[in-house]
Design a protein around this ligand. Structure first.
Ligand SMILES: [Fe+2]
Ligand SMILES: [Fe+2]
Length: 189
């Protein structure tokens, strides 16, 4: 914005006037939550969210596999953690899919190409420690990609950004959980 055109703070004139807001809202009402004031590149956001959706689904599948295959002395508590993470990744997938629809896009649940669309990988892992390490790598990939998406969105789509910030916080918790599991098992990260 041109600095000289910036209104004085506190006079409320940085908001569009009521008539403009009302008129704009009546245009393209079929677009639902997407108003002419939406500032992000909608197609690009939907594409990014579909990559995030694929990542979450791959993470659900990997955690489920690890949950059922966990063996060994500490398997029970570690498996419970895998199960909880799987459920939380599923919630993330659902949140992301709902937002894609709200943005007028279509969530891509096609199994074909899922692993390619996903940022994180599906690695089965052999031992319990291998599984935890692979999950930690996947969480770290998710953390970086969510952080980048949040920076990309900045102020252009606050709703999507806030959703991603919530998900990012949980991926950071997941990573921390996994590091403590490795410590409990006396395994280097
Ligand atoms: Fe997640
Ligand atoms: Fe996670």
């Amino acid at each position: 914005m041109d600095q000289t055109a910036r209104p004085a703070p506190g006079d409320g004139s940085f908001l569009s006037d009521i008539r403009t807001l009302r008129e704009r809202a009546r245009r393209h009402i079929e677009q639902g939550a997407i108003t002419p004031g939406y500032q992000a590149d909608r197609a690009a956001v939907v594409r990014l969210l579909n990559e995030a959706l694929a990542t979450e689904i791959v993470c659900v599948l990997r955690y489920k596999r690890h949950f059922f295959m966990a063996r060994g002395l500490s398997a029970e508590s570690v498996a419970a953690e895998f199960q909880q993470h799987a459920a939380e990744e599923q919630q993330h997938a659902d949140q992301i899919a709902a937002r894609i629809v709200q943005l007028g896009g279509e969530p891509d649940f096609a199994p074909e190409g899922l692993a390619t669309r996903s940022h994180a990988e599906y690695v089965t892992g052999g031992s319990l420690v291998d599984m935890i390490r692979e999950d930690l790598v996947a969480e770290r990939i998710a953390i970086d990609s969510y952080r980048e998406m949040i920076q990309y969105l900045a102020a252009s789509d606050p709703t999507t950004r806030r959703m991603l910030e919530g998900i990012l916080a949980m991926e950071e918790e997941h990573a921390e959980d996994l590091v403590s599991l490795l410590q409990d098992l006396d395994a280097p990260a």
